[in-house]
Design a protein around this ligand. Structure first.
Ligand code: NAP
Length: 254
C-alpha cells in the first residue's frame, strides 16, 4: 500500500501558493498555512496591513512572500509563479482563491464587468495553474485546490457570469484531476456557501439574516471554516481524494 504524501515530505515545510491572500478568505488560508509552519506565497493587486505584518513579523517574515500582481494579466501571473520558484525552488500546494463578483442580471451586464469576472476567475486561474502544474508534473507531486462556490452548483439570480466561472472551475478540477492524477497530483474544488467577507458586502442585512435562517448550522461561514477543509485536502497522505467538489456551506444546500 502506498503511503506517499500528495504534497511534499511531512518532515519539511511545504511551499504553498495562495492567490488573492491579502484579505477575506485568502488571508484566512494564508494565516492557516503560516500557523502550520509552511512557506507561503500570495499575491493581490495591492497590499494590506495584514500582508505588511506577515512580511515584517519575525515569526513569519522568512516564510512569507508577497507579490503585487493582477492575475487577470498573463504576464503578472507568470511573474508571480516565477518569483515563488526563484525564492523556494518548488511549489507543493496551490490554492486558487482570487476571485471577483459583479452583480446584475445578464441582460444588463456591461462588457467591462463580464471581462473582469471571466478574466480573473477563469483565465487568471488557468494562467497560474498552467505554470504551477508544469512544475508539479516535473516533481511528480502536488495538491491543487480551486475555490469555487455553491452558486456554481445551484446558480444565483443576478450572478450569472460569476456562477458560470465557478461552474467552470469545477469542470477544471475534474479534467485536471484526470490529467495529473497518475503523477501524484490531486485536484479538488472547495465550494463555500456565504462568508462574511468584503465580497458579501453587496448583500443587505435582511438577505444575510434570511441565509442564516435557511442554514442548518445557523450562521454564515468564516474563513477558518474553509481553511480547515483546504488544509485537509492538501495534507500529506490525502492522496486518494481527487476530482471532487467539497461543499462547505453549513448545510445550506443539503
Ligand atoms: P474578497 O474579500 O473580495 O478578496 C478577494 C481577494 O482577491 C483579495 O485579496 C483581492 O485583492 C484579490 N484579487 C481581486 N482581484 C484580483 C486580481 N485581479 N488579481 C489578483 N488578486 C485579486 O473575496 P473573498 O470573499 O475572500 O473571496 C475569495 C474567494 O472565495 C473568491 O474566489 C470567491 O469567489 C470565493 N467565494 C466567496 C464567498 C463569499 O461569500 N465571500 C462565497 C463563495 C466563494 P486586491 O483587490 O487587492 O487585488
Amino acid at each position: 500500500m502506498s503511503t506517499a504524501p500528495s504534497a511534499g515530505p511531512a518532515s519539511e515545510p511545504r511551499v504553498v501558493v495562495v492567490t488573492g491572500g491579502s484579505r477575506g478568505l485568502g488571508a484566512g488560508i494564508v494565516r492557516s498555512y503560516l500557523a502550520s509552519g509552511d512557506l507561503v506565497a500570495t499575491c493581490s493587486r495591492s497590499s494590506t496591513p495584514e500582508v505588511e505584518a506577515w512580511a515584517s513579523d519575525a515569526e513569519t517574515a522568512d516564510r512569507f512572500l508577497f507579490e503585487e500582481a493582477d492575475l487577470s494579466q498573463r504576464e503578472d501571473a507568470d511573474r508571480f509563479v516565477k518569483a515563488v520558484i526563484e525564492r523556494w525552488g518548488r511549489i507543493d500546494v496551490l490554492v486558487n482563491n482570487a476571485g471577483v463578483a459583479r452583480d446584475g442580471i445578464l441582460g444588463m451586464v456591461s462588457d467591462d464587468d463580464l471581462d473582469t469576472v471571466i478574466d480573473l476567475n477563469l483565465k487568471g486561474t488557468l494562467y497560474v495553474t498552467r505554470q504551477v502544474s508544469r512544475r508539479m508534473l516535473a516533481r511528480r507531486s502536488g495538491a491543487i485546490v480551486n475555490i469555487s462556490s455553491i452558486v456554481g452548483l445551484s446558480g444565483y439570480r443576478g450572478l450569472a457570469v460569476y456562477s458560470a466561472t465557478k461552474a467552470a472551475l469545477d469542470g477544471l478540477t475534474r479534467a485536471l484531476s484526470r490529467e495529473l492524477g497518475s503523477r501524484g497530483i490531486t485536484v479538488n474544488s472547495v465550494a463555500p456557501g456565504y462568508l462574511r467577507t468584503e465580497m458579501s458586502h453587496g448583500l443587505d442585512e435582511d438577505q444575510l439574516q434570511q441565509i442564516v435562517r435557511r442554514t442548518p448550522a445557523g450562521r454564515l461561514g468564516d474563513p477558518d471554516d474553509i481553511a480547515r477543509v483546504v488544509q485537509f485536502l492538501t495534507a500529506p497522505g490525502c492522496d486518494y481524494l481527487t476530482g471532487q467538489v467539497i461543499v462547505v456551506d453549513g448545510g445550506l444546500t443539503a
